[in-house]
Design a protein around this ligand. Sequence first.
Ligand SMILES: *[C@@H]1O[C@H](CO)[C@@H](O)[C@H](O)[C@H]1NC(C)=O
Ligand SMILES: *[C@@H]1O[C@H](CO)[C@@H](O)[C@H](O)[C@H]1NC(C)=O
Length: 155
Amino acid sequence: MFANKSLFTIVIFIAILQFSQVNSTTIEIPSATGWPLLRSSSAFETIYNRNDNQLIVIYFTKDNCPPCNVCAPLIGPLILNSTYANVQFFEINFSHFLNIPTDYEVLEVTSLPSVKFYRNYEATENGYIKFLWKSAAPMVMAQDTKKFLEANYNL
Ligand SMILES: *[C@@H]1O[C@H](CO)[C@@H](O)[C@H](O)[C@H]1NC(C)=O
Ligand SMILES: *[C@@H]1O[C@H](CO)[C@@H](O)[C@H](O)[C@H]1NC(C)=O
């Protein structure tokens, strides 16, 4: 009887432990491309507001977006290609971006999926932003992303 009681106590204790872990652990947001996720305006700005010639690729996506599901696996592996070792790739998941109502750079993206390239965004004279925005044709967008990378990665 005593043994049963302590077993019961242990089971309850483990149950409480599990429950509190589920509730306190930060929820992992999956990245569709495998690229690092940016989840706030401040994180995003730190990435693009620079003038060191770094090429930045941002992939914009969200939940329940069938064309996004086509595009992500096509462009995701680019981050593994050693040709693009000097390119930085990031993903923004609209369903989990914290500052959508106030972020101009994000509000400009009104169609998903979208890909946006940045280089020297802060130094506007030589800098550019290039937008690939063809959500109706995600395979075309993936192809154009590759073409743009090939033409620009080592400038
Ligand atoms: C965005 O995050 C949600 C929830 O965490 C996830 O279910 C969804 O798959 C993500 N969307 C994409 C396209 O990765
Ligand atoms: C890596 O990118 C280069 C340049 O676009 C391409 O020629 C090559 O096939 C790619 N490698 C892989 C493993 O996809």
